[in-house]
Each structure stands twice: as C-alpha cells, then as structure tokens.
Design a protein around this ligand. Structure first.
Ligand SMILES: C[S@@+](CC[C@H](N)C(=O)[O-])C[C@H]1O[C@@H](n2cnc3c(N)ncnc32)[C@H](O)[C@@H]1O
Length: 249
C-alpha cells in the first residue's frame, strides 16, 4: 500500500478517522480553566475535522499539524469557506519530532493519529510540550473486552500491534504524570461516520490501475469485515488528561 494511494482515497473526506463533533465537544468541555487565547495544537489534524470545531469553540487560533500537505490545503480551504481562516494555522511537520518549545502549549489535541507512535510513546513525546496544568485530549483504538476474539487480535496485530485497553491507557497516563479528567469509548456511529463516506468515495477507484490503490481497497475491505464481525470487541477511546504540576518532563 502506498501513502499516495491513501491520500487519494481520503482526499475530500471530512473525517479521515472515526469520530464526531459531539465527541470532540464533550472532550473539550472537560478541559476546564483554559486561559483566554490558549495555545492549542491539533496533531495529525488531517483536513481539520476537530481543528475547526475547536477554533469555533475557542474563538482563538488553533495550529493544525500534519505530514500531508494536501490535507492541510483542504483544512485551509474549509476554514476560508466557514469564515474561520483567521483562527486556523497549519504546519506540515512530523508530530513525532515537534518543533515547539517545552511547556509552551495549553492544549494538545489529536484524533485518530497517536497510533502512529503508539499511545504511551505518543504521550511521552507530546506531554513535554504541555504546560503544567495544560491538557492532552487524544483518541486511540482500544480493546473493549478483556478477551477479544483471536481472529480480531490477529488482524489488529498487523494494523496496530501496540493496541491496548482504555484501562491500560489510563495507567500509561498516570505513569507520565497525567490525570485523566474524562475517558469514554466512542459509539459505533463514530466509525460509521468515517466508513460510509470512505466506502462511497472508494467506489471511484475500483478500476484504478495503481497496485497501491488496489492494496488500499483490499485493506479497507478487510477492515470493514473485521468491523462487521468483531466491532463490539474494540473501538476508539477518547481520553482527556491534565498534566500535573509535578509531572516529569
Ligand atoms: C486517521 S487520520 C485522522 C485525521 C484527523 N484527525 C481526523 O480525525 O479526521 C491520521 C492523520 O495523521 C497524519 N499523520 C500520520 N503520521 C503523522 C506524523 N508522523 N506527523 C504528522 N501527521 C501524521 C495523517 O496524515 C492523517 O492526516
């Protein structure tokens, strides 16, 4: 599978991962006591599904960071269309190597992207940039049952070997000096809000000659089959965490 094929498959889609505005808003409401005009970054922002919600709520700038410039172009276009261009900044960068000063950010947001680093590794890197008393709000794929079906485990082992449970994510946060102020699983509808438009969009590529695109379509078919058969055993978890004053790093 190629990155170019994945970009073509996802360009034009509002959401590039499971989620929903209502879940973004619930998590945001847990971030009590943010200062006026807080420093906010949305890591792996894609085309800004959450960036725009946050900018609208805050009425102050949000920085969207993503490796994919075409997605950032979409975000800028959307911001202009919604009259929010003065509140949205973008940066094409690797969120594993963020060029932000330590302790400079009030709120790190990230939906559907931390799996690239692994939950604990991602938190370990990102919390450095957060001020004491600041927040990290992150979604990640998690197991929802203690003993998931073997076939589901085998498939997810290739997509996300570090996948764990919501409780293990809480424990990882605690180890890193982060208090969990809210944690909740996203409903199936959050996956459907991602999958339905993606499936419709992918139809256009059925006869695409690019082997990378055919591999992307095959992988999507396997993912959908996994969701149909085993979708009750896993899901996305939303965790909102506050950095303690005595947190290391
Ligand atoms: C599943 S999508 C989620 C996008 C968006 N947050 C949303 O919910 O629609 C993951 C995003 O992370 C970005 N990404 C992956 N690895 C990255 C990295 N190392 N640095 C920055 N962005 C990255 C991808 O380009 C993609 O836009």
């Amino acid at each position: 599978m190629s990155i170019e094929a994945l970009i073509r498959q996802h360009i034009g889609l509002h959401r590039k991962g499971p989620g929903g505005d209502a879940h973004t808003l619930r998590a945001f409401s847990a971030c009590a006591g943010l200062p006026p005009e807080p420093v906010v970054v949305d890591l792996g922002c894609g085309s800004g599904a959450a960036t725009l919600v946050l900018a609208r709520q805050l009425g102050s700038p949000v920085l969207g960071v993503d490796l994919c410039q075409p997605f950032l172009d979409e975000l800028e276009e959307r911001a202009r269309a919604e009259g929010l261009e003065h509140l949205v900044r973008t940066r094409c960068a690797d969120f594993g190597e963020l060029d932000l000063p330590p302790g400079s950010v009030d709120l790190v947001w990230s939906e559907g992207a931390i799996y690239q680093l692994g939950f604990e590794e991602g938190l370990w890197r990102w919390r450095t940039h957060v001020k004491p008393g600041g927040y990290l709000a992150v979604t990640d794929a998690v197991w929802l049952t203690p003993a998931p079906p073997v076939e589901a485990r085998e498939r997810w082992a290739t997509w996300y070997p570090a996948m764990t449970t919501l409780d293990a994510c809480r424990d990882a946060a605690a180890r890193l000096g982060l208090d969990v102020v809210d944690a909740f699983p996203l409903p199936r509808s959050a996956w459907e809000a991602y999958y339905h438009p993606l499936v419709a969009h992918s139809e256009a590529f059925r006869s695409d000659p690019d082997p990378g695109m055919q591999a992307a379509l095959a992988d999507l078919a396997l993912e959908l089959d996994t969701f149909e058969r085993f979708g009750d055993s896993y899901g996305y978890g939303f965790l909102v965490m506050r950095k303690r004053g005595d947190a290391p790093g």
